[in-house]
Design a protein around this ligand. Structure first.
Ligand code: F6P
Length: 542
């Protein structure tokens, strides 16, 4: 085991020196020096083509980044994750989202037990249930078939399901309506159910812990809404509520039948759970075959990550490039820009995956890091972003590495739309990299005083991820790609990418404040003077 602190490791120090040498080099020059660069700095695997040539790297940069990965024993960590070791050390848990997409006859041991048969048993149960709902065989309490599915969950129990539903909408059964309720702001529930008939509505209460305040509050409101609409008969619950959770006891206590519960295990992190039973809404939307196709895509990327050498390994390359900008160039954010409207929720999904995983300030052994960890991920679909924040990416003072995502085929071609869309993604990546010099601007006849305003410095890095078309399988590959890129970064930073203690304090304080807002009697407030004053103001005005 390498116990040298990260910033004192030879490869890190060499990267720091190397950064000083090449940070002034322009992509224009790097491309001019190597006519093959565009194809040399590209790799294709599992049907995803990654062009990383427009990054501010040379062969030497990559060599040093791969050396760093090797010194940090990335391959050993990959083996440990796939081998079911308890790499989530602060919760003493294995990290096995890869087991969710393992083949039926694979063996993955946790505490000596093969977990794969259990995964497939749940998938089979989900499949049987989804077939019944989709065909109309599963009837609601009054005998009507289910037309509406409402997923109630938050964080990993919402973002993955919403993202996947939107991403795979093309493949969904259109006579079913899907809604997603996450926020404890009552408007979320009210708007989601406003036009629904309770007799035709199925709620999926999705919560790994089945204790999350928002989800439990929404679940109670859902039960009240349903019973009110179905003359208060408790027997209706069994026909209109199913649960997805690791906590059978709490599910039972809520009143949901064990038969209507779909389980997963504590070795699946919330933000890594869209391919577990948490994906029940996805399976209802696209059908069991579509869901299995998605899992096969995940698995293909898993196998690529597990077996490909670092210099051909998409997640490793993407993860190391992220380290390069985050820790050496001081870039604070990464923009994820899908040129595919169906992926409109992909950046929001990635925010939890990346930032809950790698937003950590101490190493595995509890020491404060002396380097930056997880960058801020954000983004919007192209071309909308072009008419909003791209200005800053092109001409602002910050370096914002971009991941562009594009597909060769539109799912529903419409005139010239797709060619225009793709022309835009290629144009953006080109413009960011090469920009426009003052000479070029002048040569266009621009007045001297306007020239500085119209110069594009360029040298702004981007990846282009290119695939054939957005299918369930492609989506699985794309998500697994980012999961493993996050993993790669976490290994280098020597942090626990699988816990999320940072969300706890706010939850505890909220539990304390709720009665202080609701109590009839004036509470004795012992917060800071700001919080106390705000509580008093709210009580006075509510
Ligand atoms: O608050 C963060 C978090 O714990 C996430 O990690 C998780 O995805 C989300 O809450 C929801 O948790 P649960 O599925 O247990 O309701």
């Amino acid at each position: 085991m390498n116990t040298t602190p990260l910033t004192r490791q030879p490869a890190w120090q060499k990267l720091a020196d190397h950064h000083r040498e090449i940070k002034g080099r322009h992509l224009r020059d790097l491309f001019a020096e190597d006519p093959e660069r565009g194809e040399r700095f590209a790799v294709e695997a599992a049907g995803l083509y990654l062009d990383y040539s427009k990054n501010r790297v040379t062969d030497e940069t990559l060599k040093l980044l791969f050396q760093l990965a090797s010194d940090c024993d990335l391959s050993g960590h990959i083996k440990a994750m796939f081998g079911g070791e308890k790499i989530n050390i602060t919760e003493n848990r294995a990290v096995l989202h890869v087991a969710l997409r393992a083949n039926r006859d694979d063996t993955i041991l946790v505490d000596g037990k093969n977990v794969v048969p259990g995964v497939h048993a749940v998938l089979d149960k989900m499949g049987a249930f989804c077939d019944r709902v989709r065909s109309g065989d599963w009837k609601g309490f009054t005998g009507k078939r289910i037309r509406n599915v409402v997923n109630v969950g938050i964080g990993g129990s919402d973002l993955g399901p919403v993202m996947a539903y939107e991403a795979l909408r093309h493949y969904t059964q259109r006579d079913l309506t899907f809604r997603f309720v996450s926020n404890v702001d009552g408007i979320d529930f009210v708007e989601a159910t406003l036009d629904l008939d309770p007799a035709e509505t199925l709620f999926i209460i999705s919560s790994k812990t089945f204790t999350t305040l928002e989800t439990m509050t929404n679940a109670q409101s859902a039960r009240a809404w349903l019973l009110k609409g179905l003359s208060g008969d408790q027997a209706a619950i069994a026909k209109h509520f199913v649960a997805v959770s690791t906590n059978a006891e709490k599910v039972k206590a809520f009143g949901i039948d064990a038969d209507n519960m779909f389980e997963f295990s504590d070795w699946v992190g919330g933000r890594y759970s869209m391919d577990s039973a948490i994906g029940l809404s996805t399976m209802l939307a696209v059908g069991p075959d579509g869901f299995r196709e998605m899992l096969a895509g995940f698995h293909e990327m898993d196998e690529h990550f597990r077996t490909a050498p670092p210099d051909r390994n998409l997640p490793v390359i993407m993860g190391l490039l992220s380290i390069w900008y985050n820790d050496f160039f001081g870039a604070q954010t990464v923009a994820v820009l899908p040129y595919e409207q169906y992926l409109k929720r992909f950046p929001a999904y990635l925010q939890q995956l990346t930032m809950e995983s790698n937003g950590k300030h101490v190493t595995l052994d509890g020491k404060h890091v002396d380097y930056q960890t997880g960058p801020i991920y954000w983004g919007e679909p192209g071309t909308n972003g072009q008419h909003s924040f791209y200005q800053l990416i092109h001409q602002g003072t910050r370096l914002i590495p971009c991941d562009f995502i594009a597909f060769a085929h539109a799912l529903t071609p419409l005139g010239r739309h797709h060619d225009i869309l793709i022309a835009n993604v290629l144009a953006q990546s080109e413009a960011l990299a090469f920009g426009k010099t003052a000479e070029e601007v002048k040569a266009e006849g621009t007045k001297d005083d306007l020239v500085p305003h119209r110069v594009f410095e360029g040298n702004r890095p981007s990846n282009v991820l290119f695939a054939d078309r957005l299918t369930p399988g492609t989506l699985g590959k794309l998500v697994a790609l980012y999961e493993h890129s996050v993993f790669t970064q976490g290994v280098i930073w020597n942090i626990d990418s699988f816990d999320q203690w940072g969300v706890e304090l706010g939850k505890v304080l909220a539990q304390r404040i709720i009665p202080e807002l609701e109590d009839k009697a004036e509470p004795e407030l012992k917060h800071d003077s700001s919080t106390d004053a705000l509580i008093r103001r709210y009580r006075k005005n509510r």
